[in-house]
Design a protein around this ligand. Structure first.
Ligand SMILES: CC(=O)[C@@H](O)[C@H](O)COP(=O)(O)O
Ligand SMILES: NCC(=O)COP(=O)(O)O
Length: 248
């Protein structure tokens, strides 16, 4: 069993609301501080190439003000690599990106782009960033992530959460089995195992209960829930559900 299961709170969608009007409100940095106060172990922010939510200035502000580690999500582009090397965040998570997508629809195809990605992440590792690769729970992708020298894999939980939301119970359970088996396989290879995307109070227990899981990154649901009950209570409840799943 990994030590305490960490909760990374993704604040992207505070910036989505801000950007709907332009200006400075609501402030993602204020959300990050509240998340810290509510017990988040880290903050996750995805600087998309199209800057649809998080901005460069948000990353500057987070790096200057956070007391917990920043997990900087980015595409494998030279522009993003330069930004990461300038800031040297605690963690860099390499994610696939397509301009026309509404959200991160799949995992990175590491196996198809192994040589380029190995060279891409080497300077990030040398700069002291923990490099994580956001992938589907798929054996060839995990093997490729290991070969290129990533320290962490983050397993995409989107298909599992979508199946749950749509009542496709067999699909959901099949996805959960894939995540369970691939978390164990990744850990056997010596990779640290994280998971995220689309997690909610209902879907988090099965993922949190996996003994190899070291960190969950959760954003969209928490920011939505905060509209109704405030960010700190929403995060504290998630923390409580994760802890309960871990000890059950
Ligand atoms: C990589 C991932 O699953 C999330 O961080 C996600 O990218 C959040 O940003 P979007 O909602 O813009 O996809
Ligand atoms: N890497 C996943 C993440 O940071 C949060 O995803 P979501 O909860 O916003 O879908």
């Amino acid at each position: 069993m990994a030590d305490r299961l960490r909760l990374g709170v993704n604040i992207d969608h505070v910036a989505t609301v801000r950007n709907a009007r332009g200006g400075t409100l609501p402030d993602p940095l204020r959300a990050a501080r509240m998340a810290e106060a509510a017990g988040a172990d880290g903050i996750t922010a995805h600087l998309r190439e199209d800057r649809r939510h998080i901005s460069d200035a948000d990353i500057d502000g987070l790096m200057a003000a956070l007391t917990v580690p920043l997990n900087f999500e980015m595409a494998a582009t030279p522009e993003m690599q330069a930004i990461a090397l300038r800031h040297r965040p605690h963690a860099v998570c390499i994610v696939p990106e397509r301009r026309e997508e509404r959200t991160t629809e799949g995992g990175l195809e590491v196996a198809k782009d192994e040589n380029r990605l190995a060279h891409f992440i080497a300077p990030l590792r040398d700069a002291g960033c923990r490099v994580s690769i956001f992938i589907a729970a798929d054996r060839p992708q995990i093997e490729a992530a290991h070969r290129i020298g990533a320290q962490v894999v983050e397993l995409h939980t989107g298909a599992y959460c979508d199946a749950h939301a749509e009542g496709r119970i067999e699909d959901r359970d099949a996805e959960m089995i894939r995540i369970r088996d691939m978390a164990a396989f990744a850990a056997e290879l010596g990779l640290e195992v994280h998971a995220g995307h689309g997690l909610t109070y209902d879907t988090v227990p099965s993922v949190a209960a996996l003994p190899q899981m070291a960190e969950l990154n959760i954003g969209h649901f928490l920011i939505g829930e905060a509209i109704f009950r405030g960010l700190e209570p929403a995060i504290r409840e998630m923390r409580g559900i994760m802890d309960a799943a871990r000890t059950a």
